[in-house]
Design a protein around this ligand. Structure first.
Ligand code: C2O
Length: 542
């Protein structure tokens, strides 16, 4: 196994998009940022230097970080932010993961432009569990604002209203030729007749689940979130932010130019969303030049839950994994939006959600508040009192019709930095239940520090009597982000074998800001191999 050394300098760079020049935060002046290419078993040492005007941390999304929670990256959870002028070196090892992950900033909305791919190939001497593809490429789906994204979220925080929707989606940082001033920079993916290409699709958008398709070509899905799956074919993918999907496509169509396209899968009823389409071009090598008009695919309608569900329920682990069966911790966690009344002494300008309220969100009616003086991991490791409380409830405070017409008394969560404590090695099951509080929508729920098995998902209220029978304990897919269906539920299982403080949150950034998050504190086990490492010397302080 190899050790890869990288330097990431975070700084503002001039970026031209949608007919304007922007000062965007980038890594090493690149947007999207550098791709990390490694093999399973390799280690990474990445020194991040912050030359931007904002706090920064980098999260290696989906990397398990076994015993290296200090390198996970979410600000105030596993580290204090790297202040402007500061630096921090992340050190971690990839173990037992193959496929595609990604990295992104985990501080405010910096990740709008600070993200990149992580490609994990099989170890030397080992091969893919499918015929070696002729080419290997990355598609990073993103979301672009004409305004500075940090200003967009600051303004939303000030007003309590929803932030402005984006002005474009992007493929590898480029909006594509359906947007103004974007034609000449449209991304071109080459393909040769008869060859098979591996395409690694990553949804790095801030706030939007996306449908993804290529005109006239079928996908064979082979992996997701750096785990292999039983291959299945589909015309369209749906990815929540945070998710990755590896697909094979075959150059089996008449040589021509075909659009690669993505647009929103938007489920929040009546809420505005960016209803535009981003494109790139799949171009056969036999075609010279760019004059022929690309063939356009049909994308599902923005609210096509049927297509989205058909896709998300097709995943099965490639091998037969060991799924925990005896459950030690059986949690039921609701996820949904809410509102807070405008405090009596507040400026009404800061309460511009419906009827003079502020938007909020919660899990089990707790709206998560980040600490500010210490990271949770530091507080846990050093026993610093007063930073968090361990009373995150393992079930909602009251039982109600979660997806029905919910009484307004349930709309207002309490605020707090509440964690749930897990013993090392506990077998954990979580029923994630979406709520119809305020408005129902999908929530891509991401857990740090673990992959989990998605054993079942469905619509309506989870019913333990009838739904338990639907659990797939044979070959459930292993993921780090599950797309919790609109007005529905999903059940996940994992073994708590990684000590540290691990945030579980909705990967729509607007929902994190509103508090749709909670944290697990996993204690050390017995002996060195079950114990969190010592903090690095250069760990930033708050
Ligand atoms: Cu991809 Cu907590 O993040």
């Amino acid at each position: 196994a190899k050790t890869h050394f990288h330097g990431f300098v975070v700084h503002e760079t001039k970026v031209n998009r949608l007919c304007k020049t922007h000062n965007s935060i980038t890594v090493n002046g690149q947007f999207p940022g550098p791709t990390l290419e490694v093999s399973n078993g390799d280690s990474l040492v990445i020194r991040v230097v912050n030359r931007a005007r904002y706090n920064v941390t980098i999260h290696w999304h989906g990397v398990r970080q076994v015993r290296t929670a200090w390198a996970d990256g979410p600000e105030f959870i596993t580290q204090c932010p790297i202040r402007p002028g500061g630096s921090y070196t992340y050190r971690f090892t990839i173990s037992g993961q193959e496929g595609t992950l990604w990295w992104h900033a985990h501080s405010s909305w910096v990740r709008a432009t600070v993200y990149g791919a992580i490609i994990i190939r099989p170890r030397k001497g080992e091969s893919f569990p499918f015929a070696k593809p002729n080419s290997d490429s990355v598609i990073l789906l993103g979301e672009w604002w004409d305004a500075n994204p940090i200003d967009v979220i600051r303004e939303a925080t000030r007003t309590g209203a929803a932030p402005n929707v984006s002005d474009a989606y992007t493929i590898n940082g480029q909006p594509g030729d359906l947007y103004n001033c974007s034609k000449k920079d449209t991304v071109v993916v080459p393909v040769s007749s008869g060859e098979t290409n591996l395409i690694r699709v990553i949804n790095a958008a801030l706030n939007q689940q996306l449908f993804f398709t290529i005109a006239n070509h079928k996908f064979t899905v082979v992996g997701a979130d750096a785990s292999y799956v039983k291959p299945f074919t589909t015309d369209v993918l749906m990815l929540g932010p945070g998710q990755t999907t590896d697909v094979l496509i075959k150059g089996d169509q008449p040589p021509a130019r075909y659009y690669i396209a993505a647009r929103a899968y938007a489920t929040a009823q009546g809420a505005p969303f960016d209803n535009t389409t981003t494109t790139a071009i799949l171009q056969y090598e036999a075609i010279n030049g760019t004059s022929s008009k690309p063939i356009m695919p049909t994308l599902p309608a923005f609210n096509d839950t049927k297509t989205a569900t058909a896709f998300t329920t097709s995943f099965r682990s490639r091998d037969t994994p060991i799924v925990p069966t005896e459950i030690d911790e059986n949690l039921f966690i609701t996820a949904g939006l809410g509102i807070n009344q405008c405090p009596p002494n507040a400026n009404p300008k800061s309460c511009q959600a419906p009827n003079g309220t502020r938007f909020t969100a919660s899990m089990n009616n707790v709206s998560f508040v980040l600490p500010s003086n210490f990271s949770l991991l530091q507080a846990h490791h050093q026993g610093i009192p007063g930073v968090f409380t361990t009373d995150f409830p393992g079930k909602p405070p009251v039982t109600f019709d979660y997806t029905g017409n919910v009484s307004t008394s349930l709309w207002q969560p309490i605020r707090g930095t509440k964690v749930y404590r897990l013993n090392y090695g506990a077998n954990v099951q979580i029923v994630l239940q979406g709520t119809g509080i305020f408005t129902a929508e999908n929530h891509p729920i991401h857990l740090h520090g673990y992959d989990f098995y998605v054993v079942a998902e469905g619509f309506g209220n989870f019913n333990p009597k009838t739904d338990t029978a639907k659990f797939n304990l044979v070959d459930p897919p292993q993921r780090n982000t599950v797309s919790l269906p609109v007005n529905g539920w999903a059940v996940i299982r994992f073994v708590a074998d990684n000590p540290g403080t691990w945030i579980m949150h909705c990967h729509l950034d607007v929902h994190i800001g509103w508090g749709l998050a909670m944290v697990f504190v996993v204690d050390n086990g017995v002996g060195n191999l079950q114990t969190l490492e010592q903090p690095p010397q250069d760990l930033p302080t708050c």
